[in-house]
Write a protein that binds this ligand. Structure first.
Ligand code: FES
Length: 106
């Protein structure tokens, strides 16, 4: 099943700076729309594993609502402490107004 993409939402379901919880193949994922782009990132912060949902989306980053760690949406890298491990990101495809993601990139 390597590289298999699954449709998880319609693009119309997310407004600008909208967020949506998705579970796929046992992985918890946060779908976000920011600056017109869609991103699929780990649902939980790498600091203390609290949910990133509801975190501020700004300048291409999400800020954890709990202790303020910042992660770049495009690659999951840490931009501000207290987290020091990146979060997982998931490849995403937009086709026919649907959002598809994979948990097993090739
Ligand atoms: S759980 Fe996210 S910064 Fe602490």
């Amino acid at each position: 099943m390597s590289g298999q993409y699954y449709v998880v939402a319609a693009t119309s379901e997310l407004e600008e700076d909208g967020q949506m919880y998705v579970e796929l193949n046992g992985e918890e994922i946060l779908l976000c729309k920011h600056q017109g782009e869609f991103y699929a990132i780990a649902y939980h912060c790498s600091h203390e594993e609290f949910a990133l949902e509801g975190g501020l989306l700004q300048d291409g980053c999400i800020t954890c609502p709990y202790h303020g760690a910042e992660f770049l949406l495009s690659d999951g890298s840490v931009q501000a402490p207290p987290a020091f491990e990146p979060i997982k990101i998931y490849p995403i495809r937009i086709e026919d107004e649907t959002i598809a993601i994979t948990t097993s990139p090739e």
